[in-house]
Every structure is written in structure tokens, then in C-alpha cells.
Design a protein around this ligand. Structure first.
Ligand SMILES: C[S@@+](CC[C@H](N)C(=O)[O-])C[C@H]1O[C@@H](n2cnc3c(N)ncnc32)[C@H](O)[C@@H]1O
Length: 224
């Protein structure tokens, strides 16, 4: 079962460090340029979230919620913005993406911005390791094997990706993660919740960006 975590109304007034603003601005330009290309096939499944609001949400979650561990995974990381935001907040992060082109962009984001974001002392407050590993970006399917069966609509955009589940390559299961972030397409938020509820550890948290001004957070409590 999932328990809704009530998010504060004033989330969007939480401070955002200058390097985070800079990274988000840079990524918006990169994403716009990527989406304006007429000479390469468009990847329609990629839509950028409101990264400032996601940062404010994750920052609040990190500050106020009990964590069962320090591992964070972004389902469908695209340009890896959220993976990096979580990294600078101190989680050990992995981003999973099924589109190789997007993964390349994600890796460039990590190489260009990881060090700058980590230099922000306030955001980086809980990183204790001297040289923590950079976020790992993995090509693959974020859906655990067998979870597609939980969908009642075979046309959901998260389904039918012709890539192997990423968890084998990572060497972890979904229940090894303390926090999962997803940006479901309209109509598939419930499917993501069902998958999280079935496969995540009890006590783990799901953060979802569901559209403008619509962020949600859930905690997995008892098994359904
Ligand atoms: C709506 S975009 C969100 C991108 C990014 N997480 C963000 O918040 O800006 C969804 C992303 O998930 C990827 N995706 C969708 N289904 C997937 C799956 N089953 N496994 C891996 N990636 C998937 C898409 O290619 C796309 O990049």
C-alpha cells in the first residue's frame, strides 16, 4: 500500500542554490536545441519536468522524511537533470533511460555539471565520502521484469520498450532504493504507483512530477 506524503503548500518558495539555477537554465537551452532539430528523429516520450520545483520537493523530502537508505533512482532520466539534482542533495544516484541518444545527453550533463553542483556546500551538506562516485546512468528499462502485467492499458508510454530491464546490469533490485523519481505521462501515474508498490522496499519513497504545479510523494507502507 502507498501512503500519500502531504507536501507543504509553499514548496516553491524554498531557496534554490545559484549553481542549480545555472544548470537548469543550461539544460533548458540544450533540450530546446535538441527538440528543435529537424534532421534527427524526435523522441516524443521525452518531456522536461519543472526542475526547480522537483529540486525544491526533493530538498524538502530529504530534510523532512525518514529514509531507509541513501540510494536514489530516476525512472527515465532523459537529460539526467533530476539524477544530478538528487546527487547534489547527497543521494547515491542512478538514472535509467531506454533511449540511447538521451542517455548520451545525460552523460554530458553529468560530466559538465556534477562537479559544479557538488561544490555548492549547502546543497551538498550530507555527502560524507571524500570522493563519492558520480551518478551512474544506465541504458535499459526501468520496469522490473514482470511488472508490465500490472498495466491495464497496453498503450501506456512506459510499456513496450525493447530494452532489457536495467536492474541486472546495475546489480540491484528496485527494493534496494530508498527514493524513486518518475515523470509519468498523463494517465500512467497509477501504473507507476502500482509498480513501485509491488517492487519497492517498505519505507521507500516515490516522488512523481505529474505536470505543472503537480508534484506528489508516496511512501510504501504495508504490502497489498
Ligand atoms: C516524460 S520524460 C521525463 C524525463 C525526465 N525524467 C525528466 O523528469 O525531465 C520520460 C522519460 O522516460 C523514458 N522512458 C519511458 N519509459 C521507459 C522505460 N520503461 N524504461 C526506461 N526509460 C523509459 C523516456 O524515454 C523519457 O526520456
Amino acid at each position: 500500500m502507498l501512503q500519500s506524503i502531504s507536501l507543504p503548500r509553499n514548496l516553491d518558495t524554498r531557496p534554490i542554490p545559484t549553481p542549480v539555477h545555472a544548470m537548469v537554465h543550461d539544460l533548458r537551452c540544450r533540450i530546446e536545441a535538441f527538440q528543435d532539430r529537424w534532421d534527427v528523429p524526435q523522441i516524443e516520450q521525452f518531456v522536461a519536468a519543472d526542475y526547480e520545483l522537483v529540486y525544491q520537493t526533493l530538498d524538502w523530502v530529504r530534510e523532512s522524511q525518514m529514509m531507509i537508505g541513501n540510494r536514489f533512482v530516476e525512472w527515465g532520466c532523459g537529460f539526467a537533470a533530476v539524477t544530478l539534482l538528487a546527487d547534489c542533495l547527497g543521494w547515491d544516484c542512478i538514472g535509467i533511460e531506454s533511449e540511447p541518444t538521451l542517455l548520451q545527453h545525460g552523460r554530458k550533463t553529468v560530466s559538465d555539471w556534477c562537479a559544479t553542483l557538488r561544490s555548492e556546500p549547502q546543497a551538498n551538506r550530507e555527502q560524507t565520502l571524500a570522493t563519492p562516485a558520480e551518478p551512474e546512468l544506465v541504458l535499459g528499462n526501468f520496469l522490473p521484469t514482470g511488472s508490465e502485467e500490472l498495466a491495464d492499458d497496453p498503450t501506456l508510454p512506459s510499456l513496450g520498450h525493447n530494452t532489457a530491464t536495467a536492474y541486472e546490469e546495475i546489480g540491484l533490485e528496485l527494493d534496494d532504493f530508498s527514493v524513486v523519481y518518475s515523470y509519468p505521462w498523463p494517465g500512467e501515474d497509477e501504473f507507476h504507483e502500482l509498480v513501485f508498490d509491488r517492487y519497492a522496499a517498505r519505507g521507500a519513497i516515490l516522488v512523481q512530477f505529474c505536470g505543472p504545479n503537480d508534484v506528489r510523494a508516496w511512501r510504501a507502507v504495508s504490502r497489498t
